[in-house]
Design a protein around this ligand. Sequence first.
Ligand code: SAM
Length: 175
Amino acid sequence: MNHNNFTVEHMISMLEERDRIAPINEECNKFNIKNGDIVIDYGCGSGGYTKKISEILGESGKVYAVDIYELAIESVKKKINKYQLTNVETVLAKNINEIKDNVANIIIAIDMFHMVQEKNKFLKELHRLINKDGTLFIGIHHMTSEEVQRIILDSKLWEIQCEIDNCLKCIPIIK
Ligand SMILES: C[S@@+](CC[C@H](N)C(=O)[O-])C[C@H]1O[C@@H](n2cnc3c(N)ncnc32)[C@H](O)[C@@H]1O
């Protein structure tokens, strides 16, 4: 993906404005996050979901906030400092190998799958990161549910359990 700085800055400032006006709250209930969970917020943007998940986890567990753009990571770092989020680690997508295999109980990829260029490679990477009992929530924004389902099923790495609230809930096939 090759957006210019202006486009990325615009996207991040829109997300920051959304986080300010309408912070993420009940949207996270569907993820069923438990104490001690390791969560990856893949395509974290300005970190609206990251912040809420960090608060749900409290002292236990951890959130990795991953994004392809440095500007998004900087925006999450500002939130980490402002709200003293001690359980968040930011990771630039090009350094995703820093996160160990099978580490995540939950991966969320919200409102970003349409932007991913190599979708099959991406689904493979998520499969590497998820724990064998883990769950992936993948947003179906800007695509039809059928399109996203087809890509997921074609990968042969994920089973789709159900659709909740604009997300497909998936579990990994044999790890
Ligand atoms: C529309 S924003 C959504 C942000 C956040 N998930 C939310 O819903 O608030 C999409 C984000 O996904 C990121 N993104 C797009 N493709 C990506 C990729 N291949 N790897 C990591 N992040 C990506 C973008 O940089 C952007 O920050």
